[in-house]
Design a protein around this ligand. Structure first.
Ligand SMILES: [Zn+2]
Length: 613
C-alpha cells in the first residue's frame, strides 16, 4: 500500500478539528477555528484550522498542512509514527503488533480487513434489497412501504431492503458468497450464539433495512426498523454496532446527498428518523441529514458545519422531539454553529407534515424558523408562574446557555427576551445571569476577541493570481488548462500547484477535492503553499473578467519572451549566414503570431459559470 494511501485512510477517519482541539484550545469563527499557535509564541491567535478542507495554517509562522503533518510537528514524530498515533487514538482498526513485521504491513492488514468488511456489507445490502423486491416473505416490507407512501425511485436509489424473519437467512447468503461468519460478526451483520460461540445468527430479523453509507458512498452499516407489531420486546430501531468502518457518533444518515445539495443553499435540515428523511428525498428535497438513533454529538455538529452555515432542526412536533432539540443546544453553542428550529403543528413528525401539507408549506415553515437559543429562552420564560422563586429557578436554568453562548448578538437577543418577560432592565438580567461566570473563561474570551485576521495579500505575480483564483473558483480550472495558460508558467512551484488543481478540478464535473489536491502535492513546501492560498482570504471581484485579463497578459508575456529569444537567434543565424536555420526561425515567428490570434480565451470561459451560487 502506498504512503499516500495510508495517509488518506487515516485522514478519512479522523477530524482535524478534534485532533488539534485536544492540543490547542480552539474557538470557532465562521467556517474556521482559531487558536494560539503551538509552533511559535503569540498573544493573538493567528493559527487557523479549516474544518471543511481539513487543513491548518498559521499566518504568524507560515506553518501549515493536514492532520498528519500537525501530529508530526507537534509531537516530533516521523510520518509513520504520526499515522500510528492517530490510528491508535481514534480506533482505526489496526491488527495486533505481532502480526506484521513492519509499519506498513500493519496498516496493510488493517486496510485489508476494512475492505473485507465493506465487501461483506455490500454483499448484505444486495441480499436485503433483493429480499425486499422479490421474496414472498418480503411482502410485509412491501406493504409497509406502500402504507408509508415511499416511492419506488427512493426504494431503489437508497437501496432499501428487507431482513427476513429467520435466524440464518443472511448467514446462509454470506456463506454462499464465501464470506466467513467471523467477518460477518466483525461487520456487525451476525451475532455469535450465546452459549455456543461457534454458532452464528442474523443480527437483523424481520426488519426494513436502511443502508448507511460513508462519504464515498460505500455501505458501512445498516439501520433496521422492526416490522412485526407483536414483538414488544424488540427495539423499534436497531443499528449496526460500532465496527472498524462505522462510528455512529461521527456519521449521519444521507450526509453525502445533503453535502451535494448544500452547494446551492448552505443550510441543512436535521431530522431524527430514516423514514422522515426519506419523506424529504421522496419530494426531491435533499438538504437533509438524519441522526442514527442516538443523541447528537459534537462531531456530527462539526460534520454539518462543514457543508452548511446553518443547521435547521426538524424534529418531531411532540414533547419528546422538543426535548431532544433543546438538549442539542449546548453542543451547537459550544461549536458556535448557527442553529434554528421549525416546529410541526399538532405533534406531527416531518413525514406526517409533508404528506398533509407538502413541500411548499415546509419551505414556509423554514422561512419562519426560530433561532434555537431564542426558542429555548422563550420557552423557559413562558413557563413562569409569577413567583419570585419561579423567577430565580428560570434564571438558574438559563445560566448554562449564557455561559456557553459566545456571539454577542445572540446574547443580547436572549437578554431582551428575558428582560421583557420579567420587566427588568437588560443590565440587571445580564448581571444576574453572568454573575458567577468564571474569570478564566472571561479572560480567554478577551484574548480571542482580538483574533488575528489575515489581511488580503498584495500580489504582483500573474501566475500566483491565477493559482489563487482557481483555488477559490475551481470551476475555472478547465478554462485555464484548455487555453494553454499552464505552459506559460515560469515559477515551478506555482506550476506544480496549478497542474494538480487542473487535474483534479472540475474538469471531470466533480467538485475540487482539496484534500486530494493536497495529497497529490508530494512535497512539503508545495503543500504549505497550497494550504496558505486555500486559507488566506483573497477577494476577487468579477473572477471571470479578471481571469481573462490575467491569462491574456500571461500569454502575451510568454509570446514576447519567446519572440525575443527567436529574434536574437535570428540575428545570430543571419550573421552566420545559415539560411535553413533562418527559414525555420521565421516560420516559428509566423506560427507564434497566428497562435496568439487563435487563442481566444473568451470562447473557453463562456461555457463555464460559477455554479456554487
Ligand atoms: Zn505559528
Amino acid at each position: 500500500m502506498s504512503v499516500s494511501g495510508i495517509a488518506s485512510l487515516v485522514k478519512q477517519a479522523v477530524d482535524i478539528v478534534e485532533v488539534i482541539g485536544r492540543a490547542v484550545p480552539l474557538r470557532r469563527s465562521g467556517n474556521k477555528h482559531l487558536g494560539l499557535c503551538p509552533f511559535h509564541q503569540e498573544k493573538t491567535p493567528s493559527f487557523q484550522v479549516d474544518a471543511e478542507n481539513q487543513l491548518y495554517y498559521c499566518f504568524g509562522c507560515a506553518t501549515g498542512g493536514d492532520v498528519i503533518s500537525f501530529v508530526m510537528k507537534h509531537q516530533s514524530l516521523t510520518f509513520m509514527d504520526a499515522v500510528k498515533y492517530l490510528a491508535e487514538r481514534y480506533n482505526i482498526a489496526l491488527p495486533s503488533e505481532d502480526r506484521g513485521d513492519g509499519d506498513s504491513s500493519l496498516l496493510e492488514a488493517s486496510r485489508k480487513e476494512r475492505d473485507e468488511i465493506i465487501a461483506a456489507l455490500e454483499c448484505a445490502a444486495v441480499f436485503f434489497h433483493r429480499e425486499l423486491r422479490l421474496s414472498p416473505e418480503g411482502k410485509i416490507a412491501r406493504d409497509y412501504i406502500i402504507k408509508r407512501e415511499l416511492p419506488d425511485e427512493v426504494v431503489e436509489s437508497e437501496r432499501i431492503g428487507y431482513a427476513p424473519a429467520r435466524w440464518d437467512a443472511l448467514l446462509a447468503h454470506l456463506k454462499n458468497n464465501g464470506v466467513d461468519p467471523e467477518l460477518g460478526v466483525k461487520a456487525g451483520l451476525l451475532s455469535r450464539g450465546g452459549t455456543d460461540s461457534s454458532k452464528f445468527y442474523d443480527r437483523f430479523r424481520n426488519r426494513l433495512m436502511f443502508p448507511i453509507t460513508d462519504e464515498r458512498g460505500r455501505v458501512v452499516a445498516f439501520g433496521g426498523r422492526i416490522l412485526a407489531s407483536g414483538e414488544q420486546n424488540e427495539a423499534k430501531y436497531l443499528n449496526s454496532p460500532e465496527t472498524p468502518v462505522f462510528h455512529k457518533g461521527r456519521m449521519l444518515y444521507q450526509y453525502g446527498a445533503a453535502r451535494d445539495a448544500c452547494r446551492q443553499v448552505r443550510q441543512v435540515l436535521l431530522v431524527e428518523g430514516y423514514m422522515d428523511l426519506l419523506a424529504f428525498h421522496s419530494r426531491n428535497f435533499r438538504r437533509v441529514a438524519a441522526t442514527l438513533g442516538t443523541a447528537l454529538t459534537s462531531q456530527q455538529v462539526r460534520l454539518l458545519s462543514r457543508i452548511s452555515d446553518e443547521v435547521v432542526l426538524a424534529y418531531d412536533g411532540d414533547d419528546a422531539g422538543e426535548k431532544a432539540m433543546l438538549r442539542s443546544l449546548p453542543i451547537f453553542l459550544q461549536e458556535e454553529v448557527s442553529v434554528s428550529c421549525i416546529r410541526f403543528p399538532d405533534g406531527m413528525d416531518p413525514d406526517d407534515f409533508l404528506k398533509k401539507y407538502g413541500i411548499a408549506e415546509l419551505e414556509n415553515l423554514i422561512a419562519r424558523r426560530i433561532e434555537l437559543g431564542a426558542y429555548a429562552v422563550r420557552k423557559a420564560v413562558q413557563g413562569w408562574d409569577g413567583s419570585a422563586a419561579g423567577r430565580s429557578k428560570i434564571f438558574s436554568d438559563l445560566q448554562p446557555i449564557f455561559q456557553t453562548v459566545r456571539q454577542p448578538l445572540l446574547q443580547s437577543e436572549y437578554l431582551r427576551i428575558i428582560a421583557d418577560r420579567f420587566s427588568v432592565s437588560e443590565n440587571i438580567a445580564r448581571a444576574q445571569l453572568l454573575h458567577d461566570k468564571s474569570g478564566k473563561s472571561e479572560k480567554e474570551h478577551r484574548s480571542f476577541r482580538k483574533a488575528y485576521a489575515p489581511k488580503a495579500p498584495e500580489i504582483d505575480s500573474l501566475e500566483e493570481k491565477i493559482v489563487r483564483l482557481i483555488i477559490k473558483y475551481p470551476e475555472f480550472a478547465d478554462s485555464v488548462r484548455s487555453c494553454g495558460a499552464l505552459t506559460c508558467f515560469r515559477e515551478s512551484k506555482l506550476f506544480a500547484v496549478a497542474m494538480e488543481i487542473c487535474r483534479d478540478g472540475v474538469c471531470e464535473g466533480v467538485e475540487m477535492n482539496s484534500s486530494q489536491v493536497y495529497d497529490s502535492l508530494a512535497e512539503a513546501d508545495l503543500q504549505e503553499l497550497y494550504t496558505r492560498y486555500l486559507l488566506e482570504p483573497y477577494e476577487i471581484h468579477e473572477p471571470e473578467m479578471q481571469l481573462r485579463d490575467w491569462i491574456e497578459a500571461l500569454i502575451k508575456r510568454e509570446e514576447k519572451q519567446r519572440r525575443k529569444v527567436l529574434e536574437s537567434a535570428l540575428r545570430e543565424a543571419e550573421q552566420q549566414g545559415d539560411t535553413s536555420r533562418i527559414r525555420n526561425i521565421l516560420m516559428e515567428i509566423r506560427d507564434l503570431t497566428s497562435k496568439t490570434k487563435d487563442c481566444d480565451f473568451s470562447d473557453n470561459v463562456q461555457e463555464i459559470r460559477p455554479n456554487d451560487g
